[in-house]
Write a protein of this length. Sequence first.
Length: 202
Amino acid sequence: MELEDLARGMKQAITYDRLMINNSGRLTLGKQTLELSIPAGFIPLSSGPSFTVPGRGHYREDKGRCDDLKIYIKHATHPEFEVLDDGDGNWVLKRTITIDLVESLCGWERTLKDIYGRRFMISSPTGKPSPHGRMLTCEGRGFPMGEGKEKGDLLVEICVTWPSQVDSRQRELVRRAFMGEGGGDKKDAPSPKGKGPYMGDW
């Protein structure tokens, strides 16, 4: 199933083959349809059936009754979101955004979509560089914490791309910017007080 469907919840009709006793008392194979109701925030088990429906499986002549129907649900790999386990049985969603070296040092801003298709804006903390691998937390933008309960957080990992080559002029500009005109050590200037990542709804 798609990750979005598990987050929102849905009803799904499934059709399967089932051995049943017909009106003539003979064992025959036919089609059965069952409507499955999946609550918002449902997390499929990593092993074993996700749902068990009593008496809706194959007819067993040796038992004189129908087996239970066991339904296995797996979530499809998502192109943007990675699913992590928080260790308490909840899912945490993570996605990666790519910024260049200039944005890493000078600041950046992005408009993203969460798993529900809602747009929101996220930006770097004011006055602070964004190193490669930094993780930002967007509250309430992730997978529900338990079936139908409050939404969890979305983790956004920063991936910084570096230029493939730097010429002599660019190297000199970098030296002057970070080491002063003479290229020597320079006392660190006080940095402005940073704030957390800005997030605004659209």
